[in-house]
Design a binder for this molecule. Structure first.
Ligand code: PMP
Length: 351
């Protein structure tokens, strides 16, 4: 007879980047935005009457959904919100990837995809990026149970042109194509315009990067009404009340303040381009980033050694001990001051 322990679902969980608790850390390891969210976010949280917490929140998070729909000029029934894009992507996998055919995603990509596939028992195949870490659309023209990729990709930071994205969507109209646009605001082109043209594309976004609100936990998906209503049915069969009052109120303010948002994004792009020049002077090569991070390899020093050295200086970057990328560092763009500290430490190590 089997014991209860033998019936437990066994999974290998995703390992997030470190969240060090010590003060004075330069934290460039989880692609957070180094600046605070829009001022309206603070006001919304301070003005919230805590008496409202007595009640359950609106399961549809209508105010937030409407604010997102208004911002992008889409219909509210084309928007789904969740607890960060991780939650949204997880719901999308559960909703759309139910075929016995494998889902497809790049071999170097966001490392949650294979975790969800394993969790939900979805067969998958990984498709090799080319030598420049680019996705080749034609590699995705084969029988599949769905497709998912980030654009720009992570951790490589490389963007696939919008024409190539369309090729993948167009040639896979029997399956759902999820375009994970966590980093799209930092200079890349969105696939959002395709949601009117194709009913098989789901664009997934987050408030965690360009909106400076990783701690709020808001992600959203935009797509054809049929896709969104299928996701809502799954969500309401799982947990209706995921979006709490503070998140909804603050989220509405975070998306409304376009001037603040544009200014922040511009600032990060400028710092990124300066960082690329500086890192080049120090002997690094970076991929062409359209994100809030750089993916960098050094001509002589080992990435793992640099990573460990930086940690002794209280500077955290990300290192992946994985084939093909085990000599790269992923460095989040911080404030100018934080970047200066990084350059100083690197100069010291590399001299
Ligand atoms: N997609 C990609 C490609 C990411 O890098 C991340 C951030 N780790 C996410 C989705 C999830 O972000 P969040 O859940 O904070 O929205």
């Amino acid at each position: 007879m089997k014991t209860w322990e033998q019936y437990i679902r066994k999974v290998t969980p995703y390992t997030p980047g470190e969240q060090p608790k010590t003060a004075n850390v330069v934290k460039l390891n989880t692609n957070e935005n180094p600046y605070p969210p829009a001022p309206g976010v603070r006001k919304a949280l301070c003005d919230m009457d805590s008496a409202i917490l007595r009640k359950y929140p609106d399961p549809g998070a209508t105010e937030l959904v409407d604010a997102i729909a208004k911002y992008y000029g889409v219909k509210s029934n084309q928007v789904f919100v969740g607890v960060g894009s991780d939650d949204v992507l997880g719901m999308a996998f559960l909703t759309f990837f139910n075929s016995d055919k494998p889902i497809l995603f790049p071999d170097i990509t966001y490392s949650f995809y294979d975790v969800w596939a394993d969790l939900f028992d979805i067969p998958y195949e990984t498709i090799k990026l080319d030598d420049n870490f680019e996705i080749i659309p034609e590699d995705y023209f084969r029988k599949n149970g769905g497709i998912v990729f980030p654009n720009p990709n992570a951790p490589t930071a490389v963007e696939m042109s919008i024409d190539k994205v369309e090729k993948i969507i167009k040639n896979n109209q029997d399956s759902v194509v999820i375009v994970d646009e966590a980093y799209v605001d930092f200079g890349a082109t969105s696939a959002l315009k395709f949601i009117e043209k194709y009913d098989n594309v789901l664009v997934v976004r987050t408030f965690s990067k360009s909106r400076s609100a990783a701690g709020l936990r808001i992600g959203y998906a935009m797509g054809n009404e049929k896709l969104i209503s299928a996701m809502l049915a799954v969500k309401f069969s799982y947990n209706s009340y995921t979006m709490n009052f503070p998140t909804i109120y603050a989220g509405v303010e975070a998306i409304k303040d376009d001037a603040y948002f544009k200014n922040l994004v511009e600032k990060i792009i400028t710092t990124r381009e300066n960082a690329k020049t500086k890192l080049k002077e120090l002997g690094f090569t970076c991929t062409d980033s359209k994100t809030n991070f750089l993916f960098a390899t050094h001509k002589s020093a080992k990435a793992e050694d640099i990573f460990n050295y930086l940690k002794t200086k209280n500077i955290y970057v990300r290192y992946f001990k994985k084939p093909r990328i085990d000599n790269y560092l992923r460095i989040t763009i911080g404030t100018d001051d934080e970047m200066e500290k990084l350059y100083l430490a690197l100069e010291e190590y590399l001299k």
